[in-house]
Design a protein around this ligand. Structure first.
Ligand SMILES: NC(=O)c1ccc[n+]([C@@H]2O[C@H](COP(=O)([O-])OP(=O)(O)OC[C@H]3O[C@@H](n4cnc5c(N)ncnc54)[C@H](O)[C@@H]3O)[C@@H](O)[C@H]2O)c1
Length: 367
């Protein structure tokens, strides 16, 4: 094999690219579990400068500030937004509060990283895009699965044309999720797709580099479950031409963890890339993702099995914030921009409409 091809194969280019200037201040809104377990550990790895934290529960903000050596805990959102040392607001509160906070942060001149889902109504998300462009600041969404090592590497492999024309994507998950860890989620009528499988919808369109046309979705509950929303989903995604995607996701596995699985597979006309999503094995500790790929173009008859470094949780959380910072440095739209996220949200809302009306729903119907 040519040494240039070998060099490229060994470098699957999935690690987040960091900004040149890491001193710009980050102000966190929401001192909950995801900030403690993922945002802050990842920002520490990246060397980012977190200057303060606000939570409507001051005690939580103060405890988090102590734990991570963050200089300030703010008593109000206004206090955070008027702090000139904050250039980036990093929001991680339940989605129903996010649009108002994001709009206020933009109006105060902050660049903003929003959590997923960006909003619980499509129109609210679309209104944010307009508000941000009026305010002249950048907004991005924390769809950090794009930076999970297996997804980043898959994207590289597909975009280099190594599996030929992409025609089929599938992500299949069968685990047990105790949704009561997030009490507010147990009452959501739209649960699994809105809060979990939207990662897979986003990752599939990202890896394939295609915009979906329509979705057919089915969702169900598990008998006796203490949650309002769906906890099992089947999503069929149709792209223009021959490409298709499938998400099968059940959070009701009653067996010990050695029966759980979280796999992905992207097939093309000349190969396949496949593997496992390590975050959902050995839960909640996780393990490294695995990946292998076959490419008739590179080496027919040979299965590449590169080892991947880093994990979805927390390493991938460096990605969305880095990309937002880079977009400011380079004065361009971030790849995970609010505008880009509208396509992922259209997939989510098309899926729920499909479930209600038992038909395939085109993304163009969502507005
Ligand atoms: N990207 C991911 O993979 C991922 C994973 C988990 C959670 N999330 C998202 O992150 C967000 C937070 O999730 P979590 O698991 O940390 O939840 P959590 O319940 O542990 O924490 C939420 C925090 O927000 C605070 N809060 C609520 N309303 C507020 C407001 N108006 N202003 C300021 N603080 C407020 C609460 O006091 C709490 O401390 C949710 O939107 C969730 O969907 C994303």
């Amino acid at each position: 094999m040519q040494s240039e091809a070998l060099r490229q194969i060994l470098h699957l280019d999935y690690a987040p690219k960091l900004p040149q200037d890491k001193t710009k201040g980050i102000g966190i809104v929401g001192a909950g579990e995801i900030v403690k377990t993922c945002h802050l550990p990842a920002y520490r790895m990246a060397g980012f400068n977190v200057v303060g934290v606000f939570d409507s529960d001051l005690g939580r903000a103060e405890a988090l500030a102590r734990q991570f050596g963050i200089p300030k805990s703010y008593r109000s959102l206004e206090e955070l937004l008027s702090d000139r040392s904050v250039q980036f607001a990093d929001i991680a509160v339940p989605a129903k509060y996010q649009p108002r906070i994001a709009a206020e942060a933009a109006a105060a001149g902050k660049h903003v990283l929003c959590q997923k889902p960006l909003a619980e109504q499509y129109a609210e998300a679309a209104a944010l895009v307009t508000a941000f462009s009026k305010a002249g600041v950048k907004g991005a969404v924390n769809q950090q699965m794009r930076w999970a090592p297996s997804m980043g590497a898959s994207r590289t492999i597909v975009s280099r044309g190594w599996i030929g024309e992409p025609v089929q994507a599938s992500i299949q998950v069968n685990v047990r999720t105790q949704w009561e860890q997030w009490e507010w989620l147990t009452r959501m009528e739209t649960l699994e797709i809105m809060y979990h499988s939207l990662h897979y919808l986003d990752a599939i369109r990202y890896v394939l580099g295609l915009v979906p046309e329509s979705i057919y979705a089915d969702g169900a509950r598990f008998p006796g479950q203490p949650y309002v929303g769906e906890t099992r989903t089947l999503l069929h995604i149709k792209f223009p031409g021959e490409a298709r995607g499938l998400v099968f996701d059940s959070h009701n596995n009653r067996q010990p963890q050695d029966d759980w699985f979280a796999t992905f597979r992207f097939e093309g006309t000349e190969g396949v890339v496949k593997g496992t999503n390590g975050a959902l094995y050995n839960y909640p500790v996780g393990r490294e993702d695995t990946l292998s790929f076959y490419s008739e173009r590179l080496a027919a008859g040979y299965l590449f099995t590169p080892a991947l470094e880093g994990r979805w949780f927390p390493h991938a959380f460096m990605g969305p914030m880095s990309e937002l910072m880079l977009s400011v440095e380079e004065n361009r739209e971030p790849s995970n921009s609010l505008r880009d996220n509208l396509t992922t949200l259209k997939m989510v809302f098309a899926a729920y409409r499909s479930m209600e009306e038992n038909r395939a729903v085109r993304l163009a119907e969502i507005e």
